[in-house]
Write a protein that binds this ligand. Structure first.
Ligand SMILES: [Zn+2]
Length: 315
C-alpha cells in the first residue's frame, strides 16, 4: 500500500478564503466523516465564495481496520510535518501539510473520543487568539476550550504555518450519534457564513454562547472493580459532588469519585469494568458557572431543533 488521500474541493464562484475540513486523522474517529458528508450536500459551489477542501478520511488505513493508528502503530497526529520518504504516517502528514494546509488560512479538524469513551461535542482552540475564539463561539458547541498545543500535532504545525485551526471533539469512536453530527454540521455552516463564504438567512440564530474553559481535569479510578457513572458527559457538577462510584463485584468497598472543580463533564468512559488508574471522567472547569446548566440545555435545543439540518437541501 502507498500513502494517498482522497479529497473533494468545492471551489466557489466568487473569490474568498480557502479552508479545509478534515476527519479521521485517527482512523477510528469517524464522526467527522458523516459530518462532512452532510455539509457537502448542503453546499453548491455556484452559491459560494472561496474554496473548501474536504478530507472525509485522512487516515484511510486506520479507517478500514477500525484503528486509531497506521499499520505500523504510528499516530498520524504526532507525525507532523512529516517527510516524503519517511514512515507511512510521516508520508501522509507530509501530503496533508504540503497539499492542503499550505493552501489554507483556516482548518476544521474533527475527532471523537477513543473507543469505549464519549465526548460531549466541544471545540478546542489554541489559547490567546481572539479572532479564532470568535469563530469557535460562532460554531456554537456546548463548550469551547482554549489550551496549549501538542508538539507534532496537526494544530501545532498549522500554527507555525500561520493557519488557524478549530478542533472539534465529539461522540464516540466507531459510532455516529445524531447530536454530535448536528453540532458539527450546524457549526461548520455557521463558520462558513461568518467568513462570508455562504450567504443564507436560513441557519437561524446561534442562541446563547457556549461555555468557555481554559483548564480541564481527568478523574481516574482509585481502585479496580465496577464503576457506576453518576455524571456522564454534559452534566454540570459542583466541586465535591460524587460523579462516579466504584465497588467490588459484590457492591462492597464503595469508593466515591468527587469532582475537584465546578464544571461540565466533557468526556466519560462507557466501560463499567475498570482498573485502578483508568480515566473515568474529563471535566472542564468553566467560567460563569451559575448559568451553565440552563445554557447547555438551550444550546442542545438550538442544535437539535434546527429543522433545516434534517433536509437534503442546498442552502
Ligand atoms: Zn483524535
Amino acid at each position: 500500500m502507498q500513502a494517498n488521500m482522497e479529497v473533494r474541493v468545492f471551489h466557489g464562484k466568487r473569490t474568498g478564503p480557502t479552508i479545509f475540513v478534515s476527519a479521521a486523522i485517527h482512523g477510528d474517529e469517524i464522526i467527522g466523516t458523516e459530518i462532512i458528508r452532510r455539509v457537502m450536500k448542503k453546499l453548491h459551489p455556484g452559491r459560494m465564495s472561496g474554496t473548501v477542501i474536504f478530507v472525509p478520511v485522512v487516515n484511510m488505513f486506520g479507517f478500514i481496520t477500525h484503528s486509531r493508528y497506521l499499520p505500523d502503530r504510528r499516530d498520524l497526529n504526532r507525525s507532523f510535518p512529516g517527510t516524503e520518504k519517511g514512515s507511512l504516517a510521516s508520508q501522509l502528514a507530509n501530503i496533508f501539510s504540503t497539499e492542503i494546509i499550505d493552501h489554507c488560512s483556516l482548518g476544521i479538524d474533527i475527532h471523537s473520543a477513543a473507543q469505549h469513551r464519549y465526548n460531549l461535542p466541544q471545540i478546542r482552540i489554541a489559547s490567546g487568539n481572539p479572532e479564532l475564539r470568535e469563530l469557535a463561539l460562532e460554531f456554537g458547541p456546548p463548550v469551547v476550550i482554549e489550551a496549549e498545543l501538542r508538539p507534532g500535532s496537526l494544530r501545532a504545525l498549522a500554527r507555525e504555518a500561520g493557519v488557524d485551526m478549530l478542533l472539534m471533539e465529539a461522540g464516540e469512536a466507531l459510532r455516529f450519534d445524531e447530536f454530535s453530527v448536528l453540532t458539527g454540521v450546524n457549526g461548520i455552516l455557521r463558520v462558513l457564513k461568518k467568513l462570508g463564504m455562504i450567504d443564507t438567512k436560513r441557519l437561524g440564530k446561534r442562541g446563547v454562547p457556549p461555555a468557555q474553559a481554559t483548564r480541564t481535569v481527568w478523574l481516574r479510578s482509585t481502585r479496580g472493580g465496577i464503576c457506576r457513572m453518576i455524571s456522564p458527559s454534559g452534566s454540570k457538577v459542583h466541586k465535591g459532588d460524587m460523579v462516579a462510584c466504584i465497588s467490588d463485584i459484590f457492591g462492597d468497598g464503595e469508593e466515591a469519585i468527587l469532582s475537584p472543580v465546578d464544571g461540565i463533564v466533557i468526556g466519560h468512559s462507557n466501560l463499567p469494568v475498570v482498573n485502578q488508574g483508568d480515566a473515568l471522567l474529563h471535566i472542564a472547569e468553566v467560567r460563569i458557572f451559575d448559568t451553565v446548566g440552563e445554557r447547555l440545555e438551550k444550546i442542545e435545543d438550538a442544535i437539535t431543533s434546527n429543522q433545516l439540518l434534517d433536509e437534503d437541501e442546498v442552502i
